[in-house]
Design a protein around this ligand. Structure first.
Ligand SMILES: [Zn+2]
Length: 469
């Protein structure tokens, strides 16, 4: 009897993480993510290859709550899935909030498509609905990390901390054969030691086989002085009485930025100014971050002993309604505004840009990856010679400073991942590289092969199956 792995996504790309594991007739998915990005990639979320899997799968185990690892769950459930969905405690808190938000956006988009004739389907079909999310949430089973949990008599699994975001975990699966036990580990998305708030990925003691993410297989992150760099950008903007607008991703990045602002205030790099978090989802995610000190690093300790004092700027407020958001757009600087969506492809951030881009005293600061084809990438790439940016069918003059900080990544680079592998006492003899574009995968293969000369290292370029042990 062997273990079968079937990579159904994140194969030659970074989204749609779903890997089917089968042993002794028992099948379970590691992650159940959405394909994200351009239209042809998103279309895979509706492809028949992935439908009708639901009824055949006994369980799902999640590495973390990001939608490219979890967002297909409502549809899987609709396809007849009857098992349980296991996740760490932190993921158990974040996931319902993230899926509800995604369902709401899907429903809003379908309504908009009906109104404008944008969709070829009438009525336009959201990928999943709020009701789908309510149904699938009943199957969520949050579990503590480190303990082994039994799936069947011969399969057990456990979670180990992965950094990356709150709740993110490496998943180790143990298969009991007649005369031996073998361990297969999924790295999920791995963080790194330079995170301002999250702990370094925990080393795993032993594994026989490893499925390894390769997002930055070809890159080393700049080892910049993040606090100094942010302090300088914020300080010059605030001195101009400008507004510093930060497009941020609700989960993870927003919390790191809040921490960064507070740190700069406490170290007197910037004055204590009004800071507005204009994203209901970020507000909720921040509350959940406070609940999980087990995922924080020593940067999150404050003399007061209060976690809020590590994350919240002195003059901090949040918005709830879109009216409150619009009011923020009209206020004078000096001020810092954090809003979503992080790649400017919709959301409240667009109103802030319309109001702040035309004035040179303001700054738009990119702190996260801007994907090819997004408005964020366009503005970032053309910052120096762009007269106008088109927002909501309007030509908005671009006079503000456009800045980028590359050092705030939630993924480790290849050196970080190498350091994590080196700490293993029993290293894998079989490695599958997924979750990266082709260039990153190929570069990662070279790095891993150097570290593990006798291991067989496979690049997962396309949906494919493997059998081993
Ligand atoms: Zn992730």
């Amino acid at each position: 009897m062997s273990v079968q792995l079937k990579f159904l996504g994140a194969a030659g790309g970074v989204t749609g993480s779903r890997t089917l594991v089968t042993f002794e007739g028992y099948s379970f998915l590691i992650d159940c993510g959405l394909f994200q990005g351009p239209k042809d990639v998103r279309a895979k979320n509706r492809e028949p290859l992935l439908s009708n899997l639901g009824a055949k799968i006994n369980a799902v185990i999640l590495t973390h709550a990001h939608l490219d690892h979890s967002g297909y769950l409502p549809r899987l459930n609709r396809e007849g899935f009857e098992g349980e969905i296991f996740m760490s405690d932190g993921t158990g808190d974040l996931l319902p909030v993230m899926l509800a938000d995604a369902a709401h956006l899907e429903e809003e988009f379908a309504k908009y498509a009906d109104k404008t004739g944008y969709s070829s389907h009438r009525p336009a079909q959201p990928l999943f609905t709020t009701q789908d999310v309510e149904q699938v949430s009943k199957k969520f089973r949050p579990l503590p990390r480190h303990e082994w949990h039994q799936l069947t008599q011969n399969i057990s699994f456990r979670f180990v901390s992965a950094g990356h975001i709150v709740g993110a975990s490496i998943v180790q699966i143990s298969f009991a054969f007649k005369n031996a036990t073998r361990i297969l580990s999924f790295s999920g998305d791995l963080g790194h030691a330079r995170s301002l708030t999250l702990r370094t990925p925990e080393p795993i003691v032993e594994t026989d086989a490893l499925v390894l993410e390769s997002t930055y297989g070809d890159r080393l992150h700049p080892k910049a002085d993040t606090i100094g760099e942010f302090g300088a950008i914020a300080s010059r903007t605030l001195k101009r009485n400008g507004v510093l607008v930060i497009p941020a991703f609700a989960v993870g990045r927003s919390q790191e930025i809040l921490h960064l602002i507070r740190k700069c205030e406490d170290e007197k790099l910037i004055p204590k100014v009004t800071v507005v978090l204009d994203s209901p989802m970020s507000k909720e995610a921040t509350r959940i971050y406070f609940k999980h000190p087990e995922d924080h690093n020593e940067g999150c300790t404050h003399a007061s002993g209060r976690i809020e004092d590590c994350f919240l700027p002195h003059h901090f407020s949040t918005t709830s309604t879109s009216d409150e958001s619009m009011l923020t757009c009209m206020k004078d600087g000096p001020m810092i505004v954090i809003s979503a969506a992080g790649m400017l492809n919709g959301g409240r951030i667009l109103h802030h840009l319309k109001s702040r881009l035309p004035h040179e005293k303001n700054t738009i600061l990119f702190c996260g990856f801007q994907a090819e084809g997004t408005k964020g990438r366009f503005l970032q790439d053309n910052a120096n010679n762009l007269e106008f940016l088109r927002i909501h069918h309007e030509e908005v003059p671009v006079e503000a400073e456009i800045a980028t900080m590359a050092s705030l990544s939630a993924h480790g680079d290849y050196a970080d991942i190498g350091a994590w592998i080196e700490k293993m006492q029993k290293k894998p003899h079989l490695v599958f590289l997924n979750h990266g574009d082709i260039k990153s995968l190929e570069a990662m293969k070279d790095h891993v092969q150097l570290l593990l000369p006798s291991a067989q290292v496979n690049i997962v370029r396309e949906p494919s199956s493997f059998s081993f042990f």
